[in-house]
Design a protein around this ligand. Structure first.
Ligand code: MSP
Length: 503
């Protein structure tokens, strides 16, 4: 099966921070899981470049908008590469391949009458690049709800998208396909807002496009940056080789941009008679050390801090922390150093690291480093139950459930060491078969765990397998999960701690 996963495309004006890294990392975990399942995956991320403020910042820095965008897009690309993100493409909205398609889509909408020229009078939040209707502007006291700057009064000729025409279709969509917006709370928010009534939305700003994409046939109008940006999901795969990937299986975003993804985007796709994405998944936010991240508080988890965590704990520990404690649900999550330390020690070093290390050390000590013969199947049933819960969790983007099941199995395997006390069995030659069996079961658990942690911790997974003496490249999940695949006689590799203790 094909599987298409996307992240938001990030504003090129910002430097990458933990928020961008988070959404892209969870998309990476999802992509790796589906590859492991044998799906043909297309994983897309990229940058959103045509915001008006890019022109301003470029001018402040004495460069052209394109140069400024190039420089900052590169920072995102380099960051994601450094973090081992396995995206299949990186789209930039200033690329020709994207611009041509956006003009084509808007052209189609002009033809169907879903886009028309009208008069706009209202408010604009320049920092957010967002038009606000009168009632919203009033509610926010005519200040940006995000940065507190005064909203700008706008009166101009604009092209509009006939969003009002689609409110029944959207309500029907949410009714018939409840999985379209996740989590449930977010779907209810969207539904309630649609019920309040939908206005047509401006999709252009007046002015020739020195930076941006012009409305086809009218160079005096530039396509509004949000409309331009949403089309990235389609434009990138709208080629002969990639068309099979549409519709997207999941658009991963945070709750801040839900409206655009759950309302405007599907309405435009309905108007274009394109298939709709299967799901928009809106997660919550990271806060830092108990407070909203802000530049003035100095608690931003920026690139420098991320680099420090990676240097101290390893990239995979960061990925684990993001996957296990991140805001995939409806609550915000706190990125706190003390907590990170605690998780590293308790869950990674003491549980997973310890299980792998003691298993391999005992095979070295008692069996000269050769995996012995199986004897019974003491851990098999639990292993199979773990796999089932894990799979189900991963398919539903419930990482916590998946990881809890997996760590439950790690804990169970550690308990099994205590219960079966191999050091006692080793003292009695008459119990040699039993000792073989215990060591085999542990080695097989470790092998299975290496497979299931792989989407979260690909490097650690490889290290576990190398230490176990098996190929770090894996087969498909269905094959890997069959109990007993590990061959007796396998010579284990050099043993080293996976998670050196930190304080
Ligand atoms: N360019 C638009 C998106 C267009 S998509 C067609 C945009 N860009 S952004 O750079 O502001 O990125 C917003 C996204 O970054 C959020 O939706 C989320 O995925 C991620 N995050 C930004 N801050 C975040 C946190 N503090 N916590 C978690 N993720 C957050 O909006």
């Amino acid at each position: 099966m094909k599987f298409y996963v996307t992240t938001p495309i990030y504003y090129v004006n910002d430097r990458p921070h933990i928020g961008h890294v988070y959404t892209t990392t969870i998309a990476d975990i999802v992509a790796r899981f589906h590859r492991l399942c044998g799906d043909e995956v297309f994983f897309l991320t990229g940058t959103d470049e045509h915001a008006a403020k890019v022109v301003d910042s470029a001018a402040e820095h004495g460069v052209t908008a394109q140069q400024w965008a190039d420089e900052n897009a590169l920072a995102f690309q380099e960051t994601f590469a450094k973090l081992g993100i396995s995206n299949d493409d990186f789209v930039r909205t200033s690329q020709e391949r994207h611009k041509v398609k956006v003009q084509q889509y808007v052209g189609e909408l002009l033809k169907t009458g879903d886009v028309y020229l009208g008069d706009y009078e209202g408010w604009y939040d320049a920092g957010q690049e967002e038009y606000l209707p009168e009632n919203k502007a009033k509610e926010y006291e005519f200040k940006s709800p995000i940065n507190g700057k005064p909203l700008v009064r706008k009166k101009e000729k604009n092209y509009f998208f006939r969003l009002s025409k689609y409110s029944d279709a959207l309500l029907k969509l949410l009714e018939e396909r409840p999985e379209f917006v996740h989590p449930d709370v977010r779907r209810n928010e969207v539904r309630n807002r649609i019920r309040e009534g939908l206005n047509d939305v401006p999709i252009s700003r007046a002015g020739a496009s020195e930076w941006g994409i012009s409305v086809p046939g009218d160079a005096e109008h530039t396509i509004y940056v949000w409309i331009d940006a949403l089309f990235n999901y389609l434009s990138t795969v709208d080629t002969d080789e990639r068309r099979k990937f549409w519709p997207a299986d999941v658009h991963l975003i945070a709750k801040d941009i839900l409206w655009f993804h759950a309302v405007i985007w599907p309405a435009m796709l309905i108007a274009l008679k394109r298939e709709l994405p299967r799901q928009v998944y809106a997660h919550s936010f990271w806060i830092s050390e108990g407070q909203k991240m802000s530049k003035s508080l100095g608690n931003f988890i920026d690139l420098e801090k991320i680099d420090r965590y990676v240097a101290n704990f390893g990239l995979d520990a960061l990925r684990y922390f993001l996957g296990r404690y991140g805001p995939l649900g409806i609550n915000d999550s706190d990125f706190a150093e003390a907590r990170f330390n605690e998780v590293y020690n308790a869950e990674l070093a003491d549980k997973l690291g310890n299980l792998v290390n003691r298993t391999l050390t005992m095979i070295q000590r008692y069996r000269s480093g050769l995996v012995p013969e199986p004897y019974d199947k003491a851990l098999q049933a639990e292993a199979e139950k773990t796999v089932a819960t894990y799979r189900d969790g991963m398919n539903r983007l419930e990482f916590v459930g998946a990881l809890e099941a997996l760590w439950g199995f790690v804990v169970r395997s550690n308990q099994y060491v205590e219960e079966s006390a191999p050091w006692k069995l080793a003292k009695d030659p008459a119990l040699a078969r039993q000792l073989d069996g215990v060591l085999y079961n542990l080695a097989e658990s470790v092998r299975l765990i290496s497979v299931l942690v792989a989407p979260f911790m690909p490097t650690i997974a490889g290290q576990i397998r190398t230490q176990l003496g098996i190929a770090d490249k894996m087969d498909l999940l269905d094959v890997e999960i069959s109990w007993g695949r590990l061959s007796s006689g396998t010579k284990i590799g050099p043993v080293a701690p996976l998670f050196p203790k930190r304080t």
